[in-house]
Write a protein of this length. Sequence first.
Length: 450
Amino acid sequence: MTTLPDRCNVLLIGTGGREHALAWKLVQSRRLGTLWVQPDANAGILALGTPCPAPFTPRERFFLNSWLDRNDVHLVVVGPEVPLAEGIVDDLQAPGRRVFGPVKDAARLEFDKAFAKQVMRQANVPTADGRSFSNLEQAKAYVQARDVPMVVKAAGLCAGKGVTVCDDAAQAVAALDTCMRSRAFGDAGTTVVIEERLVGQEMSVLALVDGRTITVLDPCQDHKQVGEGDTGPNTGGMGSYCPTPLATEGIMESIGRDVLVPTVDALRRDGIEFRGVLYAGMMLTPGGPKVLEFNTRFGDPETQSIMPRLQGDLVEILWRTAGGELDAAEIDFDPRAACCVVVCSAGYPGAVTTGHAIHGIEDAERCGRAGEQVIVFHAGTAPGADGRPVTAGGRVLGVTALADSLQRARDLATEAAGRIRFTGAFFRRDIGHRVLPAAAAGRAVGAPNA
């Protein structure tokens, strides 16, 4: 058994908001030595870590491995889904070094939705009825014969944007053309999964898994659509909150018993040991919780709501998870509620312009009363020439507030987000509206700020 070093050197892979939240928590660890990060990471991550000069492309894994050996890196933490799908965990595992994240065969639960459906059927995991198609005409015939509300999903990785919710066959046919004929999602849309449309509230359930032990983190709810009241196209996520009151004791017991345990067991029967984060996107239907999809990493923007509430040493937690020792980790949660509001660039989720100076981050983090806290996580940012961060993507910042109630956390996050200024900035003001008595008053989508 490899012992956790007193000064554990860590490489964090990933450049976005999820990784900034992980970095923010990692640097609080008393066990952390040097935190290495990608040189193309956002401005918030670069402010916390040391850029790693090694190459990160799949073809250059030998050179990255050599660099890890020379710099005595003990733990590699993989944030995004694409490196997992490319098999980075398999490539970087070595004696004396642990890699947090699932191996490629286990990561198929996320990057191959057809495979995930097969695993769920074998394990009797409750999920939407559906079929997979690689032939466009056969897929069209299927939806036209049914002509009921359904969901069309690109089977591969689409950064949260490959799902179309359809009211009828005509909309489903249009979604199939977009995915399979126009190739809007590239190779990810070569195969599609067509499912019945489930009705209910959505909930994100993330669990740490070390192969056998499963530790369920406090559940979240995210908001995918760009407009208030859940209108407009899907995005990578406009905000999240944690915990959600939807997660009753009975529902969580059901998800653990009927979803998480059977899925991990089914993979193990096929010789696949899952280690990392198993993220179940759930729909709470009248017939009980059903799986919408699996992810195999921390969610974004859920991580921005989870990490500020997580109590425990993240270096030790991730180290033990990667090594099959999760049962010895100490994990608890701050009793306060967290709400994350994502501030975006004008035009998102479509084309955006970048390079705009960002103002007001420090002012935003000063919001709140005693016992409250605001943290601004960077997502699509880059260091500017004058040291001030500039916009570098569609989702720019995740403004997370901690307070004694969800209502107060949402109000505080919204107030803080309003203090941030860059050309074209907008955000939703109704995160949490599905469970709060009434959405906050305000504009449907925040108007551009100068």
